[in-house]
Design a binder for this molecule. Structure first.
Ligand code: ADP
Length: 399
């Protein structure tokens, strides 16, 4: 059912419209959808047929019993063993008994049906959260004084066969901008998921100011962190609400929202919109305005900035920016990040080079650390990847 719903969604959503047309996938999904619906309909028909047959059988049995009882009564009456009055009484009692039996069986059937659903419900309610605390939580932190440390952290995703992080050790000093660079699949985004405690490490510890993340209440921990996710969610609401979602608890003023939009480099985008901050975004509702991927990313960045958290994590913040806009934005970010611990996850070396410390990741481990020039001097993976990226004319012109 879910798969059929998924095909239905693919064929009707705006996100897939362009690819569906270009790659001519419409017919393919249509036939997949039809096959699935046909199968579902077949299974449903089979169930209904079985149910009808069972009902027919039960009715036949009931009819036979009624027939037999009536036959018995007529036979007794013919023999003169019962009077007509007694016969009427027996018939009424039999009728009532039959009605009671029917109700009893119907209720038993309903009870059985409901118990099947209740079984699912109780199974669901009995699920234990995997992210939980050992003892009473530490009082919440409001700032990071020493830094964040990953100590020998290993992590494997549920149902995955290989480690996403393998004996991973790294220190992020407080108040600094730290870049984490590395090829796709190196485990960069996994770090942020562990830091936000969406998962717990299989081995090792992650500490903030020397305290294990597991010692904090998850809400307190998450209030310390603001994140620009690699694929931020597109809320189909107004620009203002999109930014406000960064911190609903804080009754943000107009000035704070505008400052967040400015810091994200989104003021021009918002100014161009038909009703500026009040513009409805997305295509889910009529009158909405669709943004480009990069523009959505700017709005998500404003949302991340609105949250006044001491740790700021940006996952590929410049992926949708051209190199010129990137340099301009990074300069602004440095001003904004003063006093905050910033982690920038990126595969762009032109972004990473501006960080105070750069950690180079490969296959779940840190392989090199240092400043941009320090790492170039090492002539290792960073230096090699840097020169390869610099071969691209865009990058060469921008630096
Ligand atoms: P990066 O951000 O460096 O590109 P990730 O941290 O996203 O890499 O992924 C590291 C490894 O973990 C990859 O091999 C990826 O396939 C795997 N992975 C990522 N997310 C999941 C997930 N939700 N379930 C299973 N495996 C995952």
């Amino acid at each position: 059912d879910r798969r059929a719903w998924y095909y239905d969604w693919i064929m009707t959503t705006a996100e897939a419209a362009a690819e569906l047309r270009l790659f001519g996938l419409g017919k393919y999904f249509q036939s997949n959808y039809k096959d699935l619906r046909q199968r579902l309909r077949g299974e449903r028909l089979q169930l209904t047929r079985r149910q009808s047959l069972a009902e027919l059988g039960a009715s036949l049995i009931a009819l036979l019993i009624v027939g037999a009882a009536l036959g018995w009564m007529v036979w007794k009456a013919l023999q003169g063993l019962v009077t007509l009055g007694e016969l009427a009484l027996i018939y009424a009692a039999f009728n009532q008994g039959q009605g009671l039996m029917r109700t009893l069986l119907e209720n038993a059937g309903q009870l059985y049906g409901n118990s099947l659903f209740l079984g699912n419900l109780f199974e669901f309610l009995a699920l234990q959260p995997k992210i939980c605390r050992g003892g009473p939580p530490w009082p919440p932190l409001h700032e990071v004084q020493a830094g964040i440390t990953f100590k020998g952290v290993s992590f494997t995703y549920p149902d995955a066969t290989s480690n996403a992080l393998d004996d991973f050790t790294m220190t992020i000093p407080s108040g600094k901008i730290v870049a984490i660079v590395g090829p796709n699949g190196a485990g960069k985004s996994t770090l942020l998921k562990l830091l936000c405690r969406f998962y717990d490490p299989v081995k090792g510890r992650i500490e903030i100011d020397g305290r294990d993340l597991r010692d904090f209440a998850t809400d307190d921990l998450r209030r310390l962190i603001t994140v620009l996710f690699q694929q931020p969610f597109h809320y189909n609401t107004s620009v203002r609400e999109n930014v406000l979602y960064g911190d609903l608890k804080l009754q943000s003023s107009d000035a704070q929202i505008q400052a967040a939009i400015r810091a994200a480099g989104a003021e021009e985008i918002v100014a161009r919109l038909p009703q500026q901050e009040q513009t409805l975004l997305g295509r889910w509702f009529s009158g909405g305005t669709e943004l480009s991927v990069g523009e959505w990313q700017r709005i998500a960045l404003a949302r991340a900035f609105l949250r006044q958290a001491p740790i700021i994590i940006l996952d590929e913040p410049t992926s949708a920016l051209d190199p010129w806009a990137e340099a301009d934005w990074l300069e602004r970010f440095r001003e904004l990040a003063v006093g905050r611990t910033s982690i920038i996850i990126t595969h762009r070396f032109t972004t990473a080079m501006h960080a105070d410390v750069i950690h180079v990741m490969d296959r779940g481990r840190v392989v090199e650390s240092g400043s941009h020039y320090g790492l170039l001097g090492l002539k290792g993976l960073y230096a090699e990847s840097w020169s390869r990226q610099m071969m691209s004319t865009d990058y060469a012109e921008s630096v």
